[in-house]
Design a protein around this ligand. Structure first.
Ligand code: SF4
Ligand code: SF4
Length: 440
């Protein structure tokens, strides 16, 4: 039975829909005593998980039950913010009816959905730094992912997801869209952009990818398409190039330590000291190998760079580059995976989402926004062939006829990966290094 659902999850190509994109069938093979459904939805403006809970809560809970069975867990907990009163009421009612899960209510802070923080908050267990939740017998899965797990059990591939379209669009809403639909198609479905020129954030404002390319497609991990004017304070801060960021850091990092003192992972007790990495990289002061490798502990939440640094420097951008280089060189984390304990000052240093929203000029865009019942119909989709875990190899040729749910690409390497499916009926019209195009 457990093997059966793991196989179905793999065949359906389910991957972490909250942003991580890790193949879910690999996670489902773990053996833990607790499953936490992550409905923290902590990035400002994003409401794609809320759409799942509004539209199809029973199916998400079915996915949670399936996951609990797969990993042999004895308890299941849905973690969500207490501010989501409507969804709390729906889930409380279902908890009474089903009796197979409980709720844990979270404060409205960022980044509440970080797995290390969430596990400690919900279970009191501390994941070792550099470790993963199964090391303390917990599996964390995002609620959209769990919804897809239930659908995989019905034989339905991961071909569509909810995406919040918000910001400078005329009719903001959260849409159910085929994977591979362009950001432009979503923006047009929401009445078009209300400013020109504009930039797009694919995902949440803190961690999403910023692009000017409206042809960028929705991925399995895309929670939102946020349209912003180029002079938005967050856009300005996030669009700084790495070389500029390093030069600015060399000129202006005053080693005040604010980035460290407010870092959620440092406050969890991890040996992550952003100001020291800045000192090593930007100020050309030689740091120990361990100091640089500690960048691997960074969750890339963006708080240090987008919110905290008084000099508007971008430690997170520099850490991303350091991490990429370390991975490319095959450098392993040398920081001991020791058990840690949250620092006592942590509770006073949490960042309310409201403050982030106000700081970045996003308050005027906040919802709730409608969730139409019918899915958006796309006539052309670009199925991504490059994911966070690695590359996919196309298994259909140009000109092939496909229907929604046809497997079109498989993981290339020996490592874990998730298959990709056609998300609409049509013909494969082109295959590039990056995408497989299907046109109806
Ligand atoms: S907060 Fe900014 S100025 Fe202060 S140490 Fe960190 S990077 Fe340097
Ligand atoms: S992005 Fe900055 S604040 Fe967030 S975990 Fe990394 S170092 Fe800490």
């Amino acid at each position: 039975m457990a093997n059966d659902i793991v196989r179905k999850i793999e065949q359906a190509g389910v991957a972490g829909a909250g942003g991580a994109g890790f193949p879910t069938h690999v996670k489902a093979a773990a053996c833990v005593d607790t499953v936490v459904a992550n409905y923290a939805e902590c990035e400002p403006l994003v409401a794609s998980d809320s759409a799942v809970i509004s539209a199809d809560p029973e199916r998400m809970l079915e996915g949670l039950a399936l996951m609990r069975g797969a990993v042999g867990a004895t308890r299941a907990i849905v973690a969500l913010k207490r501010k989501r009163k409507e969804q709390v009421a729906v889930l409380e009612e279902l908890s009474r009816k089903r009796g197979d899960f409980t709720l844990h209510l979270l404060d409205d802070v960022y980044p509440a959905g970080d797995e290390h923080l969430l596990v400690e908050e919900v279970t009191g267990r501390v994941v070792p730094q550099g470790g993963i939740p199964p090391e303390v017998s917990v599996l964390v899965s995002n609620v959209t992912t769990l919804w897809r797990v239930a659908l995989s059990n019905e034989g339905r591939a991961f071909t569509e997801r909810y995406v919040t379209v918000v910001g400078e669009v005329r009719k903001p809403r959260t849409l159910l869209v085929p994977i591979g639909t362009s950001a432009n198609a979503l923006i047009e479905a929401c009445g078009g952009a209300s400013v020109r020129p504009f930039v797009i954030v694919m995902g949440g404002p803190m961690m999403g990818e910023i692009t000017e390319d409206a042809d960028t497609p929705v991925r399995k991990t895309t929670t939102a398409v946020i349209v912003l004017p180029p002079d938005n304070p967050l856009v300005r801060r996030r669009r700084v190039r790495l070389s500029v960021s390093v030069r600015r850091a060399m000129a202006a990092c005053m080693q005040c330590m604010d980035c460290t003192l407010m870092c959620p992972r440092y406050l969890m007790g991890h040996q992550l000291f952003p100001h020291k990495i800045m000192r090593s990289v930007a100020l050309w002061i030689e740091g120990s190998e361990e100091e640089l490798a500690s960048a691997m502990l960074c969750s890339e939440c963006g708080l240090c760079g987008h919110f905290v640094c008084p000099m508007e420097l971008s430690p997170v951008l520099i850490f991303q580059a350091v991490k990429q280089e370390l991975v490319a060189k095959g450098v392993r984390l040398t920081v001991k995976r020791a058990a840690t304990a949250p620092l006592p000052e942590r509770s006073g240093r949490r960042v309310p989402v409201e403050r982030l929203t106000a700081r970045f000029g996003l308050a005027g865009y906040a919802g709730p926004h409608p969730v139409p019942r019918s899915a958006l119909e796309a006539t052309v989709v670009k199925i991504p062939l490059r994911e966070k875990w690695g590359r996919l190899r196309p298994c259909v040729s140009k000109g092939a006829s496909v229907t929604r749910g046809t497997v079109v690409a498989e993981p290339e390497g020996p490592g874990p990966g998730a298959v990709a499916h056609a998300s609409i009926d049509g013909q494969v019209t082109s295959i590039t290094e990056e995408y497989l195009h299907v046109t109806s």
